[in-house]
Ligand binder design. Structure first.
Ligand code: PMP
Length: 444
């Protein structure tokens, strides 16, 4: 009997044995193409030499030095390289161990920034429905995913949720994408005015929504308008690129495509690429200087901040992305994946929408395409698809209506950046077969 506390108490997953390129292999020798990089994590596949070597060398050199006493070369170099490539005036990096720690740190930094400025009444966070910002209680409070929140309500911090910018379900008939983007962004201004502008500290959103909606980019101009509104009311803009950052969308940082620079930016998954648990929060010099000129320290911290081995892995990943121009490769392979997804699924009677950017693609399934009626959540359609694809050796990331009354059924594809066209073709064939099987087996 296993003593692991599993993700699902009544499911016994296969045991992963090792990784080779874009594949994971279990202890029975079965091979799985990692079509979602786990959860948009494994951007370099599972056997990158440079990253593995960097980790081994770093363990030999220095395994750990607490940041209460020391900094370390890999942490310094990683921060330098991130800032050299980050947009706008992002200037400081806070290295943590994952996505939730990054978003949690961002919320606390925003709060401390305003208390240091003598505006302690600014404590309200605005985020979006159907969003996910992590599972620790602060991050969960920020998220707008009803299913994840339900067991833990009431949550910790004062958060209100506006609508996401969700073209497929949100844009009205005849409305242009640009007009829709302005309308969706207007909800932020309305909410700030409703709450009272001097009570709001920050707005948090993912540039391309991943975990809860399946790779949904915003309408053109949406984030420009959001930036204007934040500036008008002195509200900080926190962008959560935990899933969509680090090249995934065809830009090193997803916000580059929106031509906006946030005040605080969170990254994680692709930064460690699965080789080490690491995340980061980047902030502007203005925020840093406020803290530095006030209390003099960020009232936060974790034992593993700036962990040297995790930082060495992150540094090797980032160098690998930059030296090999993998972001350009993401754009090229992403265009191929987009084309193949459209060829194979655009006419499918139950595929309502195919959307994404770079190597970050989502498909949304509906019972009826004309009315966009979702499947009955009790069917758990996306979960069935995950299972059927996995049985055929394809890892894809499902989001099923059964998990949250707000959501429909989506599947997310986020393959490693090194995936070949032939491997992507194979994944599409498998997904198509799995979808046919799921549809054929649905109870009538
Ligand atoms: N933010 C976003 C957008 C995410 O997708 C995730 C993870 N799915 C998180 C935060 C939390 O990251 P972690 O699981 O590493 O804590």
């Amino acid at each position: 009997m296993s003593h692991i506390f599993p993700r699902h108490c009544h499911a016994t997953p296969p045991t992963a044995s090792h990784g080779e390129g874009c594949f994971l292999i279990d202890t029975d020798g079965k091979r799985y193409f990692d079509g979602s990089g786990g959860a948009a994590v494994s951007c370099l596949g599972h056997s990158n030499d440079r990253v593995r070597r960097a980790i081994k060398d770093q363990v030999d050199q220095l395994a750990f030095a607490h940041t209460g006493f020391f900094t370390s070369d890999p942490a310094e170099q990683l921060a330098d390289l991130l800032i050299a490539n980050a947009p706008g005036d992002l200037d400081r990096v806070y290295l943590v161990s994952g996505g939730s720690e990054a978003t949690e740190s961002a919320i606390k930094l925003a709060r401390q920034y305003f208390t240091e400025r003598g505006e302690p009444q600014r404590r309200h966070l605005i985020a979006r429905r159907q969003s996910y910002h992590g599972n620790t209680l602060g991050a969960l409070s920020a998220g707008g995913n009803a299913w994840r929140r339900a067991q833990f309500a009431p949550l910790l911090i004062e958060v209100s949720h506006i609508a996401p910018c969700y073209d497929y379900m949100g844009r009205a008939e005849g409305e242009s994408p640009e007009a829709y983007g302005q309308r969706a962004a207007q909800e932020l201004e309305d909410e700030i005015l409703r709450l009272g502008p001097d009570t709001v500290m920050a707005f948090m959103a993912e540039p391309v929504v991943g975990a809860t909606m399946g790779a949904v980019p915003a309408a053109p101009g949406y984030f420009n308008r959001i930036r204007e509104i934040c500036d008008r009311y002195g509200v900080l803009l926190i962008l959560d690129e935990v899933m969509c950052g680090m090249g995934r969308t065809g830009h090193l940082f997803a916000c580059e495509a929106e031509t906006v620079v946030p005040d605080i930016l969170c990254i994680a998954k692709g930064l460690g690429a699965g080789y080490q648990p690491i995340g980061a929060m980047l902030c502007t010099r203005a925020i840093y200087d406020t803290i530095a000129g006030g209390t003099g320290f960020f009232q936060h911290g974790h034992t593993y901040l700036g962990h040297p081995v995790a930082a060495a892995a992150g540094l090797a990943v980032l160098r690998e992305l930059l030296d090999n121009d993998l972001v350009a490769q993401v754009r090229a392979r992403g265009a191929y994946l987009e084309q193949r997804l459209h060829e194979r699924f655009a006419q499918h009677p139950h595929v309502g929408d195919i959307r994404g950017r770079g190597l970050f693609w989502g498909m949304e399934f509906v019972a009826d395409r004309d009315s966009k009626t979702p499947f009955d959540p009790r069917l758990g359609l996306a979960g069935r698809l995950k299972k059927a694809a996995f049985a055929e050796g394809l890892i894809c990331y499902p989001m099923s209506g059964t998990r949250d009354g707000q959501l429909g059924d989506h599947v997310l594809l986020a393959p490693p950046f090194i995936a070949t066209e032939a491997e992507l073709d194979g994944a599409i064939d498998t997904l198509s077969r799995a979808l046919d099987k799921v549809m054929a087996d649905l109870p009538t």
